[in-house]
Design a protein around this ligand. Sequence first.
Ligand code: IMP
Length: 197
Amino acid sequence: MNKQIVLATHNKHKLREYREILAPLGYVIYSASDLNIDEEPEEVGTTYRENAYIKAKALRKMVKWPVIADDSGIEIKALGEHFPGVHSSRYAKSISDEYAVVGRHVIGLLKDAEDRSAEYHCCICLLEEEDSKPLYFEGICKGHILEERKGESGFGFDPIFHCDEANLDFGLCTEEEKNKVSHRAKALQRLMLYLTI
Ligand code: IMP
């Protein structure tokens, strides 16, 4: 496959995570912003897969390279089954534009919760040509919501998330540590496996 890929995101944190993981394979990753593409389709899907495909499809029409798009979210058991899940970004915005405020709000909601478990989910859609069959690569990262915010690393919900598997606070750890175990890293490793065979 062509070694140039366009990533359907304007999120610089996500872009950095993708570049860090795919650069060793010789891939050059452009973001939609690098190509001056501002349009973003509405994420009307009800699953990570559907939303990742909607984003990949919309961007693939506008560029000449293969596209990857991801959709991700956090699922916090005490707030409901798969909630906020695919709605994570919108849920956060409905609380505040500042994730520090969102984090404190979520911690408040979990004040009396016995089960603080949470999972990050990520689904990557690879669309090589506009009419290719979309391919999906998924990853989950399990952990729990902290009782107070810790650190400022990462983005979004990271300062209130503890990854159980690696025993890491995502708000305190380095990007390198997060990139070994995160939902996005796991999905990306599956994509990398596909790209190298
Ligand atoms: P989207 O995939 O760009 O639609 O956004 C998913 C939302 O889920 C983000 O805006 C964050 O609120 C949350 N999220 C997804 N992945 C992460 C992560 O690695 N760290 C922190 N928050 C995340």
